[in-house]
Design a protein around this ligand. Structure first.
Ligand code: 5AD
Length: 347
């Protein structure tokens, strides 16, 4: 079966099985990628029109108990200046973001022991009482089901937890022994069952990844049906065991964005910072391949460099108020508009 035929099947609403996904990735030519991108861009426009959703990202702590082999803020990296924002700093970021038009706040951090349920729930309640029209997304890693339940009850709307890879063998090569594939999947299932809008995702071109892994990622996402999927190229960080590994491929990342848009047309699909880091036009190219979300950084300037998951992280200046206008202008060139709304996934 040709790649075009498989792409057409996605457009027709068919589900692909694992060997189909594998075949599609194995045989896709540059022309097929262009074909998929055009159809994905059409699909994005059919569902969302010209609207691009924005999410204000606040990286509130870079303390992390995890030791993921790829990540610059892993526990064993002693070269990181660790920081933790105060409640007041976080709320200031939120107010600045709100004034600029953000209606989704993403609280992201390493797995910091100080981010207890009590503290997070209190923060959620404060945010929700000040701005009931803001959707709050948490991205604070693996926790117990009971913890997720409390966070949901305190008002968290969405949760981002990349699955990282849907292949258990591959997962074990990217993480230390104590961090298991099974627990990751348990977390994602719990989050979905508790009524969060859930985002999973993975890196493209992480060490040891092959098309078999990527096929499993796509197949997993097709079956799991998350509301959001974050994918971006792997980029090495100099103080990690993967320092010498090559970066992920941009074209492959774009193809995967397109295939996800075609498989799940209503998906929220960010053009990620990692993509913008490898290509100055990464954001626009991501959108033209089917992405419909951008996540500007609202963190205080003085901590941004310390939240380095990989080297040379883009600081595109598309942040906060003045940057937002620049982002607006950039997206205008490809016919897109940033919208002020919560930007929920269509049901
Ligand atoms: N390159 C690209 N993405 C990375 N992440 C972590 N380290 C890297 C890296 N070196 C991604 C992981 C994680 C998310 C917050 O950032 O997928 O889930």
């Amino acid at each position: 079966m040709t790649a075009r035929h498989l792409i057409d099947r996605l457009v027709a609403g068919d589900r692909l099985d694992l060997p189909d996904w594998r075949r599609l990735l194995d045989v896709a030519t540059p022309e097929d990628r262009g074909y998929a991108a055009r159809l994905a861009n059409d699909a994005r426009q059919r569902v969302f029109g010209n609207a691009i959703y924005i999410r204000g990202l606040v990286e509130f702590t870079n303390f992390c108990r995890c030791n993921c082999l790829y990540c610059g803020i892993r526990r064993d990296n002693r070269d990181v200046r660790r920081y933790r924002l105060s409640d007041e700093q976080i709320l200031t970021c939120l107010e600045d973001g709100y004034a600029a038009g953000f209606r989704t706040l993403v609280l992201q951090g390493g797995e910091d022991a100080h981010a207890t349920d009590e503290w997070l729930c209190g923060l959620l309640q404060t945010i929700k009482s000040r701005h009931p029209d803001v959707a709050v997304t948490l991205s604070v890693g693996e926790r117990s089901r009971e913890s997720y339940r409390r966070l949901r009850e305190a008002g968290a709307d969405r949760y981002l937890l990349r699955h990282e890879t849907a292949s258990p063998e591959h997962y074990a090569r990217l993480h230390p022994a104590g961090q298991t594939f099974d627990n990751r999947m348990r977390c994602l299932r719990d989050l979905q069952e508790l009524g969060f809008q859930v985002g999973c995702g993975f890196m493209v071109g992480s060490p040891f990844q092959d098309n078999g892994c990527l096929a499993r990622d796509l197949h997993f996402i097709q079956e799991f049906r998350p509301q959001m999927v974050g994918i971006g190229p792997f980029i090495p960080h100099h103080a990690t065991p993967f320092r010498a590994a090559p970066s992920g491929n941009i074209e492959t990342t774009l193809l995967l964005l397109s295939l996800l848009r075609l498989a799940l047309p209503k998906l929220l699909l960010p053009a990620t910072t990692a993509l913008a880091t490898l290509d100055p036009h990464g954001r626009e190219r991501g959108i033209l391949a089917g992405a419909n979300v951008v996540m500007p950084n609202l963190s205080p300037r003085e901590v941004r460099d310390s939240y380095a998951l990989y080297d040379h992280k883009a600081n595109s200046g598309c942040e906060a108020a003045e940057g937002l206008q620049r982002l607006r202008d950039q997206l205008q060139t490809i016919g897109c508009d940033i919208v002020v709304s919560r930007g929920d996934a269509p049901s």
